[in-house]
Design a protein. Structure first.
Lengths: 253, 124
């Protein structure tokens, strides 16, 4: 019998709240047989950096403040991401769930299959590219990051609706200013988006509905719309206040 | 070995500050920042051989950053703690032992990449 997992569509929140809700669901997942798939976006726009990154090595923090762009450190590794016109997802599931391989790369491949199937529904052929990307026609359209804590897996990632590389490079630091334009061109050549491929922007709902169906198919589960529990929301607020909303956490490296 | 670049040198209170950026082939980026005590810099004042080991380099402070993945993530801080005060000669052993003992999983980098990047930052 097909399992039923919870589907959360939590809309737009600030960066600290978004990261806090992912972690709250992760922390309270212990002992649950069914997983959670969440879709969300960012308001205001934000830069998230990987767990191991040095914030002052990667981000022009002053420029972000000036432009009202949030900056947050993720619980997951990986690189810096500019969250603008995109759909973000997270999957939280018990580490011992039969569908979750102990091999990290295999589990990336499995969980990313939801995105590949979702893009297929939009008419875009794509494939998982180790370590943690999804590519279409050789260009990256989705980046993903995973952590395993307290007996559960959290994988979150982005699906680019459109991409504004120039603004991204205004907010991220480059090793040498002299090569900024070259780097912008290089990234524009390596990264694409749903709009680029389909030749125009797609309604938000169309993209989200395609991804909901794609994750259901890719993960082989029914997704039943639900809400975060009051316990999850209380914990989210606590984690937001004590962790992702603090300088201590965001500037720890 | 992959591309390495971004080596630079400064001084802090007589110690050497080293930086090294290493792009692992088909993998992720490791950025190393170290503060190093060099025996040659101090030998006219103190006998440092007991501290710096045969290489004459001791790691006073270290920070490893980058876009790699390590499970569990908190391990990186434990590793940095253990490396502080270590002579360059024993850095590889410390890293290899800790990876094995702590059953840590590295994704996008491996233990030899970390060792290479630290050695470059400390000695170049």
């Amino acid at each position: 019998m097909t399992e039923t997992w919870r589907l959360l569509r939590t809309g737009s929140m600030d960066a600290a709240s978004n990261m806090a809700l992912d972690e709250a669901v992760l922390r309270l997942n212990k002992g649950k047989k069914e997983g959670t798939v969440r879709f969300y976006s960012w308001e205001p726009k934000a830069i998230s950096i990987g767990y191991f990154q040095g914030i002052n090595e990667e981000v022009d923090v002053e420029k972000c403040e000036e432009l009202g762009v949030d900056v947050v450190r993720r619980i997951t590794g990986g690189g810096a991401v500019y969250h603008d016109d995109e759909l973000t997802y997270s999957v939280i599931v018990d580490e011992n769930h039969p569908s979750i391989s102990r091999n990290i790369l295999e589990s990336y491949d499995h969980l990313c299959s939801g995105i590949v199937k979702g893009l297929e529904r939009l008419g875009i052929d794509s494939e998982f590219k180790p370590i943690n990307d999804i590519i279409t026609s050789g260009k990256k359209i989705s980046g993903n990051a995973q952590t395993r804590r307290m007996g559960s897996v959290l994988q979150h990632g982005t699906i680019l609706r459109s991409v504004d590389v120039r603004t991204m490079f205004d907010l991220l630091l480059v090793p040498d200013e002299k090569i900024r334009d070259k780097m912008i061109t290089a990234v524009e050549e390596r990264v694409t988006s749903i709009s680029n491929i389909l030749g125009g922007s797609q309604p938000d709902d169309r993209v989200t509905e395609a991804m909901v169906a794609g994750f259901s198919e890719g993960l082989g589960v029914e997704l039943e719309p639900g809400e975060p529990t009051s316990e999850e929301l209380e914990l989210m607020e606590k984690i937001r206040r004590e962790k992702y909303g603090t300088r201590e956490w965001n500037f720890k490296r | 070995m992959g591309q390495g670049n971004g080596i630079s040198r400064d001084r802090a209170g007589g110690n050497i500050i080293g930086r090294y950026i290493y792009k692992v082939p088909e993998g992720k980026l490791i950025k190393v920042w170290v503060e190093v005590l060099r025996e040659s810099e101090m030998s006219d004042r103190l006998d440092m051989s007991g501290i710096t080991g045969a290489s004459g380099h001791t790691l006073v402070d270290i920070r490893l950053t980058g876009d790699f993945f390590i499970h569990p993530e908190e391990w990186i801080a434990d590793l940095e703690d253990e490396l502080r005060g270590a002579a360059l000669d024993v850095v590889p052993d410390i890293i290899r032992r800790k990876v094995e003992e702590d059953n840590v999983l590295l994704v996008g980098i491996n233990q030899d990449d970390i060792i290479h990047a630290i050695e470059q930052a400390m000695t170049k």
